[in-house]
Design a binder for this molecule. Structure first.
Ligand code: ZN
Length: 508
């Protein structure tokens, strides 16, 4: 308690001093008016949504879909009149390319059931169409492993997780917005538990991982034909990747099976009813050693400030089950649309405003990290490159399709009075909350960790929990009006950051 009081007193003194020396924040309301008018009259949000989702398709890192994504994003940036448009190498990628060419799965005994499902990324193929017996693989402790030795060759295994919560119907609405009360709660939180995004599942513990490794060894040595995973809640095959590095032996074919089909077969087997399946999976592994970012900009017009950059970013890569619409074509659409608005109204920003669509976020923020290493910080010596000091601000979007309701300060208290003024014109759109806390799990962290002012907005969760990484993450998940609001707010934040006399304050 004492420590907190002391901190608060110091903070008050510090910010009092700061406010004397810093500029008064002024927002050009006529510019906000023009930004809003441009979006309501000429929005390209739906159009960009089509090209980045249905047209590009899934954009798994290293896949041919990722390349389609890079190409169409570059083409759209050029059509919108952005300058210095380029597909730029960010860093190496050790997993390499993987495309799913064919997936067919059906239960053929005790009766026929067609199953819509997806392979786990970077897993292998079956030897053509195979028909085989399905067996339960239920390993809760290491001693269970022995029961299965010598019995799994050529079999299709239903992988029963070491611990599962039984499925229960949910009485919560599928989609939701934050209530005022919830937003007030977010504003009060100083340190959230962990860095997870709203709706993200908790990461698995280590003992489970160690056991899973032992199970993997058993499956491999037994020459299992196909592994089936229960993709769980909401009947949505979740897409995650296998641990695989380029050049290694292809992992055994593995499918995510919707809960209803998986558990039906499980119950049949537990009642000693023989279950058989027919499966054909064709996956292609290929050389794809580089992750790219797609970049475009509006150059600055002030001769002293044009080399300083306001950066807008979102990740272009996705998982392969859906078309990565909410996660994260939505962010790419908003960032491109924000720059399009500023371009269309001839905003002539003093600083350069740049959009970067990142590759490889899902595998570990690779694209944004590569950008930081290429432009801002030497990866080996950690010394700052010249652009580090010219870096004005970064704004990221990666929390689904929901409307901006405010912004996370990332503990940068110095930015609070700035954002308070910048958000005032958007209070009527429901965007007014400022949260001191960090938010994690995505690309702004690549900048924040080096002390650069990098922020992410608070977004309504909508359906993020059931959309994230699933086959349901398609065009239908996009809330177009929310994306338009977000584009307007992003455009005005970018403009304000580009026009301000000083760059945004950094954490000391
Ligand atoms: Zn994402």
């Amino acid at each position: 308690m004492n420590i907190t009081r002391t901190f608060n007193t110091l903070a008050v003194l510090f910010f009092t001093t700061l406010s004397v020396h810093s500029q008064t924040e002024t927002v050009d309301l006529s510019m906000i008016y023009r930004i809003k008018q441009e979006e309501s009259a000429n929005s390209k949000v739906e159009d960009l949504a089509f090209w980045l989702t249905d047209y590009a398709g899934p954009r798994l890192t290293g896949s041919s879909g990722a390349t389609r994504g890079y190409d169409i994003a570059k083409k759209k940036m050029e059509e919108l009149g952005f300058q210095n448009v380029r597909i730029e190498a960010a860093r190496e990628f050790n997993r390499g390319g993987w495309d799913n060419l064919k997936t067919y799965a059906a239960m053929t005994a005790p009766y026929y059931l067609n199953i819509a499902c997806n392979p786990v990324a970077w897993t292998g193929s079956t030897d053509g169409a195979i028909k085989s017996e399905v067996v339960l693989l239920e390993i809760r402790t290491e001693s269970d492993l022995e029961k299965y030795r010598g019995k799994l060759a050529g079999k299709i295994v239903l992988m029963i997780p070491a611990s599962t919560a039984p499925f229960e119907l949910s009485y919560e609405p599928l989609a939701s917005r934050y209530t005022d009360e919830q937003l007030a709660g977010i504003a009060r939180e100083t340190f959230p538990a962990g860095g997870r995004r709203v709706g993200m599942p908790a990461p698995g513990g280590n003992p489970a991982l160690l056991l899973r490794n032992k199970i993997n060894e058993l499956i491999k040595s037994e020459r299992v034909a196909v592994i089936l995973n229960n993709s769980g809640t909401y009947n949505i095959p979740r897409s995650t990747g296998a641990g695989y590095n380029s050049g290694e032996e292809e992992p055994i074919a593995e499918l995510n099976i919707p809960m209803e089909a998986f558990q039906r077969m499980e119950r049949l087997l537990r009642h000693d009813v023989k279950v058989e399946m027919e499966i054909e999976i064709q996956n292609k592994f290929f050389v794809s050693p580089v992750i790219y970012n797609v970049i475009g900009e509006i150059p600055g017009t002030d001769k002293n400030l044009k080399n300083e950059v306001v950066l807008l970013g979102a990740h272009l890569d996705s998982w392969h089950g859906g078309t990565g619409a909410a996660d994260n074509a939505s962010g790419c659409i908003v960032m491109m649309e924000a720059l399009r608005i500023l371009k269309s109204i001839n905003a002539a920003p003093r600083r350069t405003i740049r959009v970067a669509l990142w590759g490889g976020e899902e595998q570990g923020l690779y694209g944004s990290q590569g950008y930081v290493e290429n432009y801002l910080v030497d990866p080996k010596t950690k010394e700052h490159k010249p652009d580090y000091d010219r870096f004005a601000a970064y704004f990221n979007m990666d929390n689904g399709s929901g409307r901006y309701r405010g912004i996370y300060l990332q503990q940068n208290e110095m930015a609070r009075p700035v954002f308070e003024e910048w958000m005032k014109p958007f209070a009527d759109l429901g965007c007014s909350t400022i949260a001191i806390r960090n938010t994690g799990g995505t690309d702004h962290q690549s900048f924040d960790r080096y002390g650069l002012p990098a922020f992410q907005f608070i977004q309504d969760p909508i359906e993020y929990g059931r959309t994230y990484h699933t086959v349901m993450d398609t065009y239908e998940r996009l809330v177009m009006n929310d994306l338009k609001v977000n584009a307007v707010i992003t455009a005005s934040f970018a403009y304000n950051a580009a026009m301000r006399n000083e760059k945004l304050p950094r954490k000391p």
